[in-house]
Write a protein that binds this ligand. Sequence first.
Ligand code: BEZ
Length: 383
Amino acid sequence: MKSRIAALAAALIATAASAQAPKLKVGLMLPYSGTYAALGTAIENGFRLYLAEQGGRIAGREIEFSKVDDESEPAKAVDNVNKLIKRDNVDVLVGTVHSGVAMAMAKAAKDNGTLLIIPNAGAVAVTGPMCAENIFRSSFSNWQPGYAMGEVAAKRGARKVVTITWKYAAGDESVGGFKEAFEKSGGQVVKELSLPFPNVEFQPLLTEIAAIKPDAVYTFFAGGGAVKFVKDYAAAGLKNTIPLYGAGFLTDGTLEAQGADADGLLTTLHYGDGLDNAKDKTFRAAYAKAYGMPPDAYAVQGYDAAQMLAIGLNATKGDVSRKSDFAKAIVAAKIDSPRGVFTIGANHNPVQDMYLRQVLGKDNKVIGVASKSLADPGRGCKM
Ligand code: BEZ
């Protein structure tokens, strides 16, 4: 009887204590419209799934959300991020997908000292020259999947390659990573084609590719643009004559819409279907139950952004102002992700395996590891 009363009293004290802890305000800045809309939704779904698994609280603090649709529009990024920092007084920023928007967020986070976790955008500068104690990424740098595919393309015997992408940081850096590895291995990028984001008038560029007749094509496209590119590549009759290699965004979250036109495509990314780890199996079942669809890489990045927040908050007892302790905890952690365990490098970017995937029906089936424990070089980062 005595011990039951003691347990009840302890439970009441714990409830009262956590009820008093102020809510933690998380500002979600993601695209909910435009070509990257589905990516933003998957990231939020993943983030909320982890939170639900923790009973809606991290380090005793209930989480409250403010949301902004950034439309993947760099010109609106400063206004949008200030809505979260200055108007809503958020404790933590989580966003975004588009590299150009993320760079504006990183500058604002640095200037205001607000904690920022980037759940997608791979802008190299953010974990390079702009790196900071309070800025983290749960996803990848644009260089990483590109570099991994450069090695794969060379091993598969390609010698002359044409690249095609959107002309902005993500496309340029993805091609840059590819070119670095590919040319180191003796290959040559003979032409770099591009069009402005988010244009999808691919036809003239596909005609140019057909005329050049390279051994292969490397590409970065994502979201709605990736769907159209894969369909147009097949419709132009190129799929069966010139192998198409991509950073994994080309076929992630897009296979339903791409159908048979994506069959057999090879891509590199830090996540894929058919990984053999317990965490992924549990995650996939929980995600499918919650949202009625399988997760993709973006959902994993959202889930891991929430895990990273929890690691930092648990280490600082929920006090986001303890930035140095928050960062130390994240850099020391082994993060148990559905992608496999990964760590965060000194520049606050994931150090992780890059998988080689092949499209098989509705799956990006993992068929090997293209680069083991690949770290972004973090060029120009002085923490
Ligand atoms: C980026 O802008 O960094 C990006 C967007 C979509 C997928 C991958 C990267």
